[in-house]
Design a protein around this ligand. Structure first.
Ligand SMILES: [Zn+2]
Length: 308
């Protein structure tokens, strides 16, 4: 006959194996973060993301389908530095999921992976609306530096290990493997861009600061000089003049920018426009975070006249 102690052991075993089978439900705001979460979490997690890769993450309609994803989440991973400020707070309010509220274990601001001094373009002085849709905490587009992707991977692993301690070592090992994989590719990307004859760039949105900082490119100017506001013709003319004087230049735009406006600047400066994926899945070939950098390097090579 089964005594009470044996019954308890049986119940505990069933419950624990049930827990072990349950995957941690991760919701990432961005496709880049979703991809990193998949690498770090693998079979221990289920990952969904909110902003499709082809969409500009500055602006996302706060749809009920996105709220539904957040309702189920055990962990929300987001970019931070106010990139998602226009839509994530609305979605969080609508989702009413206590696990992922600010300050909870299930809420992870991935910009915490950046060390002191690593955030670029932190504005000095007061920020007001006349300067455009400026990012008051600094430039949030740090995922366009793959070294930051490594740091985010480690940060995610630590948080997942807190939520799911039994799989802690697996998360940490996968983040370590991901770091090694990214590091190996970084050398190749750096060498390829280093060998380009053209090092000066004109960018559409201030989206590429971390990328150009990493790759040692030199930004001559920004077409959209006030973020989110169409540039004044006089500003564009000045930039074209600068490009002509100091060229050759590469003109860089994201897939969701005003590509035509960027193309006009490229034509007038006698240079080539490189439309780049600023996110995983922003272009079909950018199937993952590493593939995105591969596409970026390839497109820069083509624009600089050194591609295949
Ligand atoms: Zn931005």
């Amino acid at each position: 006959m089964l005594n009470i102690a044996a019954l308890l052991v049986l119940i505990m075993t069933v419950t624990m194996s049930g827990q072990a089978l349950a995957k941690v439900k991760v919701v990432a705001t961005l496709a880049d973060l979703g991809w990193i979460a998949e690498q770090v979490g693998a079979e221990d997690v289920e990952v969904e993301f909110l902003c499709q890769g082809h969409r500009d993450p500055h602006f996302l309609p706060a749809k009920p389908s996105l709220t539904r994803k957040l309702k189920k989440a055990d962990l929300l991973v987001y970019n931070g530095l106010e990139l998602e400020i226009g839509w994530l707070p609305l979605l969080l309010d609508a989702a009413r999921n206590p696990r992922i509220r600010p300050g909870q274990q299930g809420e992870l601001n991935c910009s915490m992976a950046l060390g002191p001094g690593e955030i670029l373009e932190v504005p000095v002085g007061e920020v007001d609306r006349s300067q455009g849709d400026i990012h008051p905490l600094g430039n949030p587009h740090y995922l366009l530096d793959p070294r930051k992707g490594i740091a985010v991977g480690h940060l995610m692993a630590e948080r997942l290990a807190r939520i799911d301690p039994e799989a802690g070592d697996r998360y940490r090992n996968r983040a370590e493997n991901l770091a090694r994989e990214i590091e190996a590719r970084i050398e190749d990307w750096e060498a390829r861009v280093d060998s380009l004859a053209v090092k000066k760039v004109i960018v559409y949105h201030q989206q590429w600061e971390y990328l150009v900082d990493w790759l040692g490119l030199d930004v001559l100017g920004v077409i959209e000089n006030r973020p989110g506001i169409s540039p004044a013709p006089r500003h564009v003319e000045g930039l074209v003049e600068l490009g002509r004087q100091q060229g050759p230049v590469l003109v860089i735009a994201a897939t969701w920018d005003h590509v035509e406006a960027a193309n006009r600047v490229a034509e007038k400066t006698g240079s080539v426009l490189a439309v780049l994926p600023a996110s995983t899945l922003a272009m079909e070939e950018a199937t993952g975070y590493l593939a995105m950098f591969e596409v970026i390097c390839g497109k820069l090579e083509v624009a600089a006249g050194e591609g295949p």
